[in-house]
Design a protein around this ligand. Structure first.
Ligand SMILES: C[S@@+](CC[C@H](N)C(=O)[O-])C[C@H]1O[C@@H](n2cnc3c(N)ncnc32)[C@H](O)[C@@H]1O
Length: 292
């Protein structure tokens, strides 16, 4: 590494240094961060092995030389390979909770986090929520955040990918939720027995196969199973919708993220009274449907 490529010693300067490089490289964001400055900060704290809780005081700290070298390597790798930063650092945050992530799972970023933080109010009475199902749990982020939001509830964290479930299991252990959150190997409902739920929540794959190929390079580092969902992007959503009624308790709710496939969903099920949710922190394409 040439000497001139070494980042400046003060953390705040190093963050700006890294952000300038990321910005100039024309990267795509949206994997837990949505701008080069936040992504640079994540890389600086990872390189220095500082806890994120040390911010903002840590912005005035000096980075040891080894950390500056590590940062230069991380920035170079992020630019050369287009891997999302969360895969380089191995962590991200969802609903304020730290999650381990690697290439076995999608990087958590669902706007459903906001809904969980408000305990799905006003759509359900939180006091009566006993069972929750998260379909396509990936890292386990939604299931874990739900378990935290509903301390009396049991949560099934279902996924078709054993690799993803291994990551979910590690995150469940990390958050000490092993008694209430169960990883379930299941093709949508197929592996779940006859259980019924008060809330079924899902961020399934919903990108049409042809569109996956056109996504920025960052997305090609994520598991295809987490993104691609057939010709119209609705393969998983279709199975979720068709089985929801018999899986939901009376007055139960179904919440599903479908992102840019919102229009396709509206065309496919014009008769369904889908409620499209709005989020203060941005994002959309999430519908809610009551069992009734
Ligand atoms: C968009 S990712 C969402 C991961 C996580 N819930 C999140 O929000 O970050 C979709 C997940 O669904 C899983 N999946 C895909 N098809 C599935 C199916 N038929 N049944 C269950 N899970 C499925 C994938 O393995 C992937 O982990």
């Amino acid at each position: 590494m040439p000497a001139r490529a070494l980042p400046p010693p003060y953390a705040a300067d190093a963050i700006r240094w890294a952000a300038r490089r990321l910005d100039r490289a024309g990267l795509a964001y949206g994997h837990g961060t949505d701008n080069p400055l936040d992504e640079a900060a994540a890389l600086v704290f990872h390189a220095a092995r500082w806890p994120h809780a040390a911010a903002p005081a840590a912005y005035r700290w000096v980075l040891p030389r080894a950390a500056r070298l590590a940062l230069a390597r991380l920035v170079a790798r992020r630019i050369a390979t287009r891997e999302p930063s969360a895969y380089l650092t191995g962590v991200t945050w969802f609903a304020g909770l730290e999650m381990h992530v690697d290439k076995r799972v999608l990087v958590p970023r669902s706007p459903i986090a906001e809904l969980i933080e408000t305990r799905f109010r006003p759509f359900i009475d939180p006091a009566r929520v006993r069972r929750i199902l998260d379909i396509g749990t990936g890292s386990g982020c939604i299931a874990i955040a739900c378990a935290r939001a509903f301390p009396a509830a049991e949560v099934d964290a279902a996924d078709l990918s054993p690799e993803a479930l291994a990551v979910a299991a590690a995150n469940i252990r990390r958050h000490r939720l092993g008694r209430r959150v169960k990883p379930r190997l299941s093709n949508v409902y197929a592996g779940l027995g006859a259980r019924r739920y008060d809330i079924i929540v899902s961020n399934p794959p919903y990108v049409p196969d042809a569109d996956v190929r056109r996504l920025p390079a960052e997305y090609r580092h994520e598991p295809a199973l987490g993104l691609a969902a057939g010709r119209d992007g609705l393969d998983a959503v279709r199975v979720i919708l068709e089985g929801a009624c018999e899986r939901l308790e009376p007055r139960g709710i179904l919440v599903v993220e479908v992102g840019d496939s919102q229009a396709a969903v509206e065309r496919a099920w014009p008769e369904l009274p889908l409620l499209w949710l709005e989020f203060e922190r941005g994002g959309g394409g999430v519908f809610l449907l009551r069992r009734e």
